[in-house]
Ligand binder design. Sequence first.
Ligand code: MN3
Length: 200
Amino acid sequence: MAFTQPPLPFDKNALEPYGMKAETFDYHYGKHHKAYVDNLNKLTEGTELADKSLEEVIQISFKDPSKTGIFNNAAQVWNHTFFWNSLKPGGGGAPTGNLATRIEKDFGSFDKFKEEFSNAAATQFGSGWAWLIDDGGTLKVIKTPNAENPLAHGKKALLTLDVWEHAYYIDFRNARPAFIQNFLDKLVNWDFVAENLATA
Ligand code: MN3
């Protein structure tokens, strides 16, 4: 069974009023994400990994230094799907309910969470990802290099932001901080975060 690329959870034009052009999705979803799926299928075809779930492939290949190429592509397939779901037209701002309570408890305040998340996203040197995770009942912000993700470490991801340069160059050129701010103000899909927290 081949690995597939799930459809975008919104129209590629849907985020234009919120800072991300359709062109971004033509490249980022249509070329970058698709290439990871195609590469993963080529690298696993005819092997025992071809019939595993994507999550299993990530966890198996992360522990095996001979499978770094498979890990990089499998994790990037998963990370991008998770990232699209982390975005919502007209999202952002503050969460509500249990999620808001948990963030206040573990970060001190929503502003402190935003500061930590922005800092992680801004200071990930080169390519990588910023994450909100549930680490055994405590919410934490972490950053990971390249394709690495919380799942590889057995942690539950709640929210992510892609900070590879290809994620923001069309809309924000080299201004990664403006991309991060726009994500927090206008795009975070808190419904998706709450669903992930409920199944943590
Ligand atoms: Mn990307």
